[in-house]
Design a protein around this ligand. Sequence first.
Ligand SMILES: [Mg+2]
Length: 342
Amino acid sequence: MSQGVRTRPEGSGQPLSEAYDTALLDLDGVVYAGGSAIAHAVDSLAVARSGGMRLAYVTNNALRTPDTVAAHLTELGIPTGADDVITSAQAVARLISEQVPAGARVLVIGGEGLRVALRERGLVPVESADDDPAAVVQGYGGPDLPWGRFAEASYAVRRGVPWFASNTDLTIPSGRGIAPGNGAAVEVVRIATGAEPQVAGKPLPPMHRETIIRTGAKRPLVVGDRLDTDIEGAFNGEVDSLLVLTGVTDGAQLLAAPPQHRPTYVDEDLRGLLTGQPEVTGDGTGFRCGGWTATAGADRLELTGDGEAPDGLRALCAAAWTAAGEGSCALDGGKALARLGL
Ligand SMILES: [Mg+2]
């Protein structure tokens, strides 16, 4: 993929599950939501896999071990082995292992996923700033992480011990709403110390590197629902991406996306893996996809025609992204999106 400024979603004559060897799938908002499978996920993934596509699951959540995540997916009807799951805990453990002596002690503020990942790299998890750690690592610890853990991190970080974070997602979705994520916990230690951690998770390169090392993917396709983690991570890793609309991103956010947040492909849900992707045609005067034509007016985006909603969205993306160039489109797309039910 070239890193010129993307001004429209690309087309694909082949089903994406055949055009790419490995899908690097985000979990929340893509495969499941609140613990239950998202519509069409189980069937679509089964078909993609039987056609020869490797499926790997890439999560910024460092709390659960790959074994636990794999068991959850298998229970949902998506047969998955622990080797098919890549977590930000694994990415940060590798990053730490490259900067401390072999067998070093690492102060852990987080959950079991982080401890397992550190041991896998030959590092020794410890619990206190007094245990003489060579590094401090923070990962999501769940709702029961005691406040005193942040004090342990702060004592060590203030002494100058190198500080790492699995990821900096500020929030995490739960069955009851939006809860503080690991990024919020990192902010607590940042405020107390004035220090800056090294971060591994999406959209940063250590996470992408970990997925490529572990999957051996030659032609990967990142599949995600978030522009600032999944899609930006693919952009930074210079690989193609598919945005699905089953998670946190709505049509307006997609139209306003700056270049590093523009996906290669856009589709409603994981059924998009099994089909080709229609081309968007046209130029400065209008962009066509399916039965739709999108244009950029003086202060808003216009959409005429008829057809499938994702095709209308693709045409609108081309109009908005072309108008915005290297910036972020400020044209009002509300009326056009309403026509599509998006
Ligand atoms: Mg997600």
